[in-house]
Write a protein that binds this ligand. Structure first.
Ligand code: GRF
Length: 191
């Protein structure tokens, strides 16, 4: 593990189980990093993980105008940050931020990209689409964020078999269990 403690910013919109996995890995010394700030685009239960770990937290309402949202996000991010991690973050990252942090923004997506990515493909919708297509395997991906939606270069993936009796919920649960190590390991690899 490198001696440099990497500076992370984590962006969330939901329950924050992936944020919790990152916090645990840091606490267990398997990830040499410090979360400088957790940013949410809505009031979400995931913020509690930041509060419990005494990590600075910022809420930037997604309903702000694009320009205000971009400005608030820019102000909340340390220019020296090593990695910006979208861990279940549902808002689109403004182009100004993407240009400012080349190859420093990664996103977690609950499918084997390029399958089931793009505008409107998030959460349960992904798993419903996988089941409707009759796929025998799904999974999750970590990719760099570019100016498209879920189109950036894939860095790492984990495959999860689809079972005959899967519902979108059971498939989501098994994929989420794989997301946590996938995201933590990918961050460790990149920093
Ligand atoms: C994950 O399933 C992730 O793939 C998707 O949003 C969900 C976030 O879960 N992008 P959590 O908030 O980390 O629990």
């Amino acid at each position: 593990m490198s001696t440099h403690t990497a500076k992370l910013s984590i962006l969330i919109s939901g329950g924050g189980s992936n944020l919790a996995a990152i916090i645990s890995a840091i606490a267990a010394n398997t990830l040499n990093a410090n979360i400088e700030r957790v940013i949410a685009d809505r009031d979400c239960s995931g913020k509690q993980h930041a509060f419990n770990a005494a990590i600075p937290f910022t809420l930037i309402e997604r309903h702000l105008s694009q320009a205000r949202f971009a400005l608030a996000l820019e102000k909340s991010l340390n220019p020296d940050t090593d990695l910006i991690v979208l861990a279940g973050f549902l808002s689109i990252i403004p182009a100004t931020i993407i240009d400012k942090y080349p190859k420093k923004i990664i996103n977690l997506h609950p499918s084997l990209l390029p399958k089931y990515g793009g505008m409107g493909m998030y959460g349960m919708k992904v798993h419903q689409a996988v089941l409707a297509a009759g796929d025998s395997v799904s999974g999750c991906s970590v990719h760099y964020v570019d100016n498209g939606v879920d189109t950036g270069e894939v860095i790492n993936q984990a495959r999860v078999p689809v079972l005959a009796n899967d519902s979108p919920q059971t498939l989501q649960q098994r994929i989420q269990a794989q997301e946590h190590p996938l995201l933590v390991n990918t961050i460790a690899k990149l920093i």
